[in-house]
Design a protein around this ligand. Structure first.
Ligand SMILES: [Zn+2]
Length: 235
């Protein structure tokens, strides 16, 4: 039976050759999503090994008291990392997102602050966008990390789509306002240490907005930051 399935898989492979989502070369049978070359050569960040000097901590300095921070890849436009993140966002890439989350989580087990976490909190999408896409990529990365570090994903953060006092504002301001507002509607007083999880970090404005929502909900615990990719133009 197994031989038969392999035969079918090989046959399908001939019709639809599986290709590396980063560099487009045909994959060998043992390779999944990424060819081995991309898997081991895409630019990595390793920030979790360097908590004190972390770039994430520097960017968020004075805005969020970051406890632990981690980024898996370094992000730059027109690179394999961009192809990868794009695939995950727009091509039903949930399984791939979970796979990368798991790879990242396996390395994160080495960071001393990871064992202390109560939960992984994904940055939410607008509900309309999530309905269109069918999933929130940040949650999918979180699911992969969850499996590797045995810490649950907590969907406590929601987009505040009914932000009031908007009617008098100009359209651009209104859009900014809606874009950067999050809400927490449940009791989070039992949480002591959470990690906000997002796919890409650039200026940190999204994390700042999420942190504001945590503070507004009375959160007094530690906040760590986990991103899959970190923009490099700030380096
Ligand atoms: Zn490749």
């Amino acid at each position: 039976m197994k031989a038969k399935i392999n035969l079918i898989n090989d046959f399908l492979g001939l019709i639809y050759p599986k290709i590396c989502i980063s560099c487009n070369v045909a994959l060998f049978k043992h390779e999944e999503y990424l060819c081995n070359r991309c898997k081991y050569t895409l630019p990595r960040a390793y920030f979790h090994r360097d908590t004190e000097a972390s770039l994430i901590r520097k960017i968020l300095y004075g805005r969020i008291p970051v406890f632990g921070s981690a980024a898996y890849y370094l992000f730059a436009k027109k690179t394999g990392v961009q192809n990868l993140l794009h695939y995950i966002k727009y091509k039903q890439g949930q399984a791939m997102a979970r796979k990368i989350g798991k790879w990242m989580g396996e390395e994160l087990r080495m960071a001393d602050w990871i064992g202390d976490l109560d939960g992984l909190v994904p940055i939410p999408l607008h509900p309309k966008k999530q309905k269109e896409r069918g999933y929130n990529q940040s949650e999918e990365y979180g699911r992969g990390i969850e499996r590797a570090i045995n810490t649950p994903v907590l969907n406590i953060l929601h987009k505040d789509i009914y932000t009031s006092t908007q009617t008098q504002k100009k359209r651009y301001e209104r859009w900014e306002n809606v874009k950067n507002n999050f809400l927490i509607e449940q009791n989070i007083s039992h949480l002591r240490h959470i990690a906000l999880v997002d796919d890409v970090m650039t200026t940190g404005a999204t994390f700042e907005a999420a942190y504001t929502a945590l503070i507004n909900a009375g959160y007094k615990g530690r906040v760590s930051i986990i991103v899959i990719a970190m923009t490099t133009h700030l380096l």
